[in-house]
Design a protein around this ligand. Structure first.
Ligand code: MN
Length: 198
C-alpha cells in the first residue's frame, strides 16, 4: 500500500504564489487520488509488493497496464514536485557547485530558466518540464501527461507540473505567469543540488 507523502511545508507556505486552496486540491485531492487509484489497481497483484519505480518501469507502454502506469508515474512525479518548491519565506541562493554546472551547460542561470520556461510553455496539454542530469551534463526536457523523466536514463533535478490543475485556481489559463512565479520565488535549489549529487 502506498501512502500520500507528507507535504514538506504547510498548505499556506507557498502563498501568494501558490495558494493553500491550490494545494488543498492539487495535493489533497489530485495527488491523493493517484495514490488511492494505484493502490486499488495493484491490490492482490504481484505489483502490490513492488517499489514505485519498478511498477512504473514494468507498466510503461503496456497497453493492459496503462492505468497503473498513469497513476504510479503521477504519484512519483508529484512526490518530486512538492520537494522542488520551498516556502516563500525561505530565501535561497543557487548553491555555487550547481551554479557552476548551470553556467557550464547553459551559459547562465537566466539561459537555463529561459529554456526551462520554453519547455513548460510548449508542452501542449498536460505534462511536465524538467531540469535533469544526463551523465554529467544538465539538460531541459519535457514529458506528456504522466510520463516521467527517469525512464529516459536521466536523473531529475527539478520537476515542474504544467497540468492545468497546477495553476488554474490561482492563474486560470495563464501558464506563463504561473511558471514565472515559481521560478522567481519558489524553486528549491538545495533539493536540485542534492539530486545532482552535489
Ligand atoms: Mn499535478
Amino acid at each position: 500500500m502506498f501512502k500520500l507523502r507528507t507535504l514538506p511545508y504547510d498548505l499556506e507556505a507557498l502563498e501568494p504564489y501558490m495558494s493553500a486552496k491550490t494545494l488543498e486540491f492539487h495535493y489533497g485531492k489530485h495527488h491523493q487520488a493517484y495514490v488511492d487509484n494505484l493502490n486499488k489497481l495493484i491490490e492482490g497483484t504481484e505489483m502490490a509488493e513492488m517499489a514505485l519505480e519498478d511498477i512504473i518501469r514494468l507498466s510503461n507502454k503496456q497497453e493492459d497496464k496503462q492505468s497503473i502506469f498513469n497513476n504510479a508515474a503521477q504519484v512519483y512525479n508529484h512526490d518530486i514536485f512538492w520537494n522542488c518548491l520551498r516556502p516563500t519565506s525561505a530565501k535561497m541562493e543557487v548553491p555555487s557547485a550547481l551554479l557552476e554546472m548551470i553556467n557550464r551547460d547553459f551559459g547562465s542561470l537566466e539561459n537555463m530558466l529561459s529554456e526551462f520556461k520554453v519547455a513548460a510553455m510548449s508542452q501542449f496539454g498536460s505534462g511536465w518540464a524538467w531540469l535533469v542530469k544526463e551523465g554529467d551534463k544538465l539538460k531541459i526536457m519535457k514529458t506528456a501527461n504522466a510520463d516521467t523523466a527517469f525512464l529516459y536514463g536521466v536523473t531529475p533535478l527539478l520537476a515542474l507540473d504544467v497540468w492545468e490543475h497546477s495553476y488554474y485556481l490561482d492563474y486560470q489559463n495563464r501558464r506563463a505567469d504561473f511558471v514565472s512565479a515559481i521560478f522567481d520565488n519558489l524553486l528549491n535549489w538545495d533539493f536540485a543540488a542534492k539530486n545532482a549529487g552535489l
